[in-house]
Write a protein that binds this ligand. Structure first.
Ligand code: NAD
Length: 363
């Protein structure tokens, strides 16, 4: 199969969907890889590395779409690309079609086979191609919290881990899922006193078993939350209610009583945010202050660490891409239930219920 690696075109998206190491694996499996010029530059992978790995560099996306049997991206195809997609071509990338009607129509019209990273789902309900980005965002959340606690960044001048004879900072993580655990691990490793809140008792039991001694798993409810955020130097929002907007857990009223110069990092901002005062920010202007509390609410946090994010994402996507290339998409989805759930559009028809429901289309 000929596999096409496209350059990202969304503003400030610097990830790439396959590293040179991925190209080597494709070539070893007997496939040909074409890479759009400068596709990996934003993640530190120059064209020469792809050539060394066995790929051919093409100048334009049109050439990649014209040549490849399967095209890969990180973000969804943009309107400028819809007409380049060929009938029967496999498109493997994040799509988020339930939130994007024009793209849904564009992909149906193309009569291609569209497999969405975000709906690939394992038997235990986990989403293997979303998980690496939650890991990145969780770990980064603590790093951002620590940074904005520094006095020159507008913070209260507190070192997360304290030092000998000086108390560490208190970090409150709301939500003990993938983002929350990764945030808490980093904060614990730096020596902070960490509370991790969740509403799922089984999850709290698990956290109690695996987290270090400076981490306190606590049942989440409004009164516990109020009590803890008053002590907090950093609060990290990491809740998710599948398919719904995030609940507003930290209210304006609670915020007023928080310490001046403390920091809140709302990782759940991509689902609307779990703090009442949150609004989405960007990497160019990541923070704003309300009632003396710095808010960091960047909706695409992994974009800031594009090299790490690229490698984390491609570690997860490559086995699926190889399976599709080796077997062809039909056999691959017949033999892999997780991948089957990723199929959103086939030959002009919607094959994923969430998308057909969103736009009232036949399923
Ligand atoms: P997850 O499903 O693994 O974990 C969510 C956790 O929240 C679950 O353990 C759940 O029990 C808990 N929860 C639900 N309601 C709660 C409540 N009222 N109080 C306390 N806990 C509650 O999800 P995840 O992968 O950790 O993702 C968390 C959020 O981060 C999602 O909104 C996701 O979209 C977002 N995210 C954002 C970025 C970014 O760049 N901003 C990147 C990755 C993920």
């Amino acid at each position: 199969m000929i596999v096409g690696i496209l350059k990202e075109i969304k503003v400030l998206e610097r990830r790439v969907c396959m590293t040179p190491a991925g190209v080597v694996a494709m070539v070893q499996n007997g496939h040909e890889v074409v890479v759009e010029k400068d596709a990996g530059a934003g993640s530190g992978f120059e064209d020469a590395l792809y050539v060394e790995a066995g790929a051919t560099i093409l100048d334009t996306p049109a050439e990649v779409y014209a040549k490849a049997d399967m095209v890969m991206h990180v973000k969804e195809p943009q309107p400028s690309e819809y007409d380049m997609i060929r009938e029967g071509q496999i498109v493997f990338t994040y799509l988020h079609l339930a939130a994007d009607e024009p793209q849904t129509m564009g992909l149906m019209k193309s009569k291609s086979i569209c497999i969405a990273y975000e709906t690939v789902e394992k038997a235990d309900g986990s989403l293997p191609l979303l998980l690496p980005m939650s890991e990145v965002a969780g770990r980064m959340a603590t790093q951002e919290g620590a940074k904005y606690l520094e006095m020159p960044m507008g913070g209260r001048g507190v070192l997360l881990g304290g030092v000998t004879g000086v108390e560490p900072a208190t970090v409150v993580v709301i939500g003990g899922g993938v983002v929350g655990v990764n945030a808490a691990k980093m904060a614990c490793g730096l020596g902070a006193k960490v509370y991790i809140l969740d509403t799922n008792l089984d999850r709290l039991r698990y956290l109690d078993d695996i987290m270090p001694a400076n981490c306190y798993p606590v049942m989440s409810n409004p009164s516990v939350l109020r009590e803890l955020v008053l002590q907090a130097d950093v609060v990290i929002g990491a809740v998710l209610i599948a398919g719904a907007k995030a609940p507003k857990l930290l209210t304006k009223d609670m915020l007023k009583d928080m310490k001046d110069g403390s920091v809140i990092v709302d990782v759940a901002i991509d689902q609307g945010g779990c703090f009442e005062t949150s609004k989405a920010t960007t990497h160019e202007d990541p923070t704003f202050v309300v009632d003396g509390v710095t808010h960091y609410c960047v909706a695409n946090m992994p974009g800031a660490v594009s090299r790490t994010s690229t490698m984390a994402l491609t570690n997860a996507t490559l086995p699926y891409a190889l399976e599709i290339a080796n077997k062809g998409w039909k056999k691959a989805v017949q033999e892999n239930e997780a991948l089957k759930k990723g199929v959103n559009v086939v030959d002009g028809k919607i094959t994923f219920k969430g998308v057909s429901d969103a736009w009232n289309l036949d399923y």
